[in-house]
Design a binder for this molecule. Structure first.
Ligand SMILES: N[C@@H](CCC[C@H](N)C(=O)O)C(=O)O
Length: 310
């Protein structure tokens, strides 16, 4: 099986080109690929499959039906998006969206000659997401509007943290903390109420370190602590903006500021947030109707698994 390895701010992925959707990718196979000692090692798998093929076979249809049950948006094989990002967490579970993954996915498509630099839609289980990228450099993604869903809480070793529940296609709980995020023990999963998060949740802890500038760490559903989480950075920016609005430091309506730099993207303006993660830095732009994520996407290796290994 051919694979490519890549990362976005050190959130790393095994990319599996399966253009015609012939691969029966089981949760066990995903977990073995992502194993950092006995496998290739990654936070998740990005299967690259034609959207039409995704809906053509019974195994793929079953996967989509299962996930779309709880999704906010669904789409069918009639979409114009040629490529579907089939994202899996390191434990083999399926997730609706991956913000770092979709940038790496887009970079792979361009470098493999399967798509041209420019702007186009990628199909995901959370719906279509528009990406914009050049022949090299950062990738920008229209992540859709982050949706604030109310309060929630998480705990670490008995200490309770209040947070905001945010949907970025997948579920997040963004908790503001006072001290440096490096001080938190994320060696184990934070506790949360399964009645509030029946499908599990990605938990972010963030601290404001400047104007529209936050640092964060994340414990991801299905992958554990990762060095970055793109959907998580959008959730944190949305939560921090809501916090600032509540304190009167930000307008509570659609965010407005100088147009963001950077070019070939459909960003008309919006409030630009800098989000520092252990693996680097990304930019989140909160526009009136959506949220954009901009950051690096790097391919580092490619190869082939040994026959019979999986
Ligand atoms: N790392 C991703 C998020 C991957 C999915 C997440 N673990 C979930 O289960 O929802 C990102 O960059 O957004």
């Amino acid at each position: 099986m051919r694979f490519v390895k890549g990362h976005g701010t050190e959130n790393d992925f095994v990319i599996l080109p399966d253009l015609d959707g012939t691969l029966d990718l089981t949760p066990e196979a995903v977990a073995r690929l992502c194993d950092r000692r006995a496998g290739i090692g990654a936070d998740g798998v990005l299967r690259v499959v034609r959207t039409k093929a995704m809906y053509a076979t019974s195994v793929n249809t079953a996967l989509n039906t299962a996930v779309n049950t709880g999704a906010e948006e669904t789409h069918g094989a009639d979409t114009d998006a040629e490529w579907f990002m089939d994202y899996r967490n390191a434990d083999g579970s399926v997730a609706e969206m991956c913000g770092n993954g979709i940038r790496v996915f887009a970079r792979y498509l361009v470098e493999a000659g399967l798509a041209a630099p420019g702007e186009w839609d990628v199909a995901t289980r959370a719906g279509l997401r528009r990406v914009a990228l050049g022949a090299s450099g950062d990738v920008t993604v229209d992540m859709g509007p982050p949706r604030l869903l109310g309060q929630g809480e998480a705990s670490i070793a008995g200490e309770v943290f209040q947070g905001r529940r945010v949907s970025v296609g997948n579920p997040h709980l963004a908790c503001a903390v006072d001290g440096p995020v490096t001080a938190l023990d994320l060696s184990r999963a934070p506790g949360f109420d399964p009645a509030v998060f029946p499908d599990g949740v990605n938990v972010e802890f963030y601290r404001t370190v400047g104007e529209r500038h936050v640092e964060m760490r994340v414990y991801e559903r299905g992958s554990g602590e990762t060095r970055s989480c793109g959907t998580g950075t959008v959730a944190v920016a949305a939560a921090a903006a809501a916090e600032a609005a509540a304190e009167g430091a930000e307008p509570s309506g659609p965010a407005r500021s100088a147009p963001a730099e950077g070019g070939s993207v459909p960003v008309q303006g919006g409030a630009e947030w800098t989000v520092d993660v252990p693996g680097g830095r990304v930019t989140v732009i909160l526009d009136a109707g959506t949220g954009f994520l901009r950051g690096p996407a790097v391919l580092v290796a490619e190869g082939e698994t040994r026959p019979g290994w999986l």
